[in-house]
Design a protein around this ligand. Structure first.
Ligand code: OGA
Ligand code: NI
Length: 315
């Protein structure tokens, strides 16, 4: 498999640009002033909520209720939270990180011919990791359903039952000589259902929008960062928020992240749950399949949160 041939546009390899040691980034990466990060505000003490999923497995009803409530609040107010005690083995997390770190350090010609055969050690790790994250996503989807007052399997069914779409994306952010002028990933909301991000354990970079400011996420050790995507915002009739986020880079450390996207089956109509539509809160979105939605987004390019917003019915 030649990974570069899968793209129709020409690919610029930011990694080789970084390796070249040039002190300035090419003009095309320089963001307009309004989009540049302010890297000096490092002392911001705020963080996204951290949820201990251990609170759901114990027998204490009070703790269980409190954990559910905190998840609900996080989905309403932040669209983001971190989970600890999530049940995914730490060994597997370390292995998955290592597999990708090593991959990104291969010479480019090796990367181009790299194939993830499940028979290799790497293939096995990635397969197992995806399996575990699918399980964790299902549990979280059940929790979200309950928090919306829908039956436990509601969201999972709306996504297509067992027949969902999922995909794992590993991203390498090389060092950048002018991190104040650019971004590793422009502001966007995730188009799919729910994202489970394993951030770099050494280097922070993810920023989440909160009102008019950007909060730099401080990852808890071995936590997953969970965020609501546009499809769950639609199904919840905007009770849960799909929130804008972006990635900043830095001049001294590279960063690797693994994003697991849990998406609906692509040809199912996604629309606000009937139970959440009332005369006082009419349906805020029109039905659309995830296929149609992705096509729509691709034709417009990354634009913060304007995608799902622009689909809102005008009333
Ligand atoms: C994404 C994303 C964040 C990161 O891939 O959609 O937001 O830290 N990634 O890589
Ligand atoms: Ni994202």
């Amino acid at each position: 498999m030649n990974i570069l041939q899968e793209w129709s546009e020409p690919i610029t390899r930011v990694q080789s640009l970084s390796d070249s040691g040039s002190p300035a980034i090419p003009d095309r990466y320089v963001k307009p002033l309004s989009e540049r990060p302010s890297l000096s505000s490092g002392a911001n003490p705020t963080n996204i909520p951290v949820i201990d999923l251990g609170g759901l497995v114990g027998h204490e009803a009070k703790l269980r209720a409190l954990t559910l409530k905190n998840i609900s609040l996080a989905c309403r107010e932040w669209g983001f939270f971190q989970v600890i005690n999530h049940g995914v083995s730490l060994d597997l997390i370390h292995q998955a990180r290592e597999v990708w770190r090593q991959f990104f350090h291969l010479p480019i010609d090796k990367k181009q011919v790299y194939a993830n055969s499940p028979r290799t050690y790497e293939g096995k790790v990635i397969e197992e990791y995806s399996f575990e994250l699918t399980e964790l996503s299902r549990s979280l989807m059940n929790i979200l359903s309950v928090n919306l007052g829908l039956g436990e399997g509601y969201l999972q069914n709306a996504f297509g039952g067992d027949d969902i779409g999922a995909c794992l994306r590993a991203t390498f952010y090389p060092k950048c000589p002018q991190p104040d002028l650019t971004l590793g990933l422009s502001s966007h909301s995730d188009p799919g259902g729910m994202t489970l991000l394993l951030p770099d354990d050494q280097v922070s970079g993810l920023q989440v929008r909160k009102g008019d400011s950007w909060i730099t996420v401080k990852p808890a050790p071995n936590a997953f960062i969970v965020n609501i995507g546009d499809q769950i915002e639609v199904l919840s009739n905007a009770i849960f928020k799909s929130v804008e986020h972006r990635v900043i880079v830095n001049s001294t450390k590279e960063r690797v992240s693994l994003a697991f996207f849990y998406n609906p089956k692509s040809n199912l109509l996604i629309q606000p749950a009937k139970e959440l539509v009332t005369p006082y809160r009419p349906a805020l979105y029109q039905p659309m399949t995830f296929d149609e939605y992705r096509l729509y987004i691709r034709s417009r390019g990354p634009r913060g949160k304007s995608q799902v917003e622009s689909l809102k019915c005008s009333r």
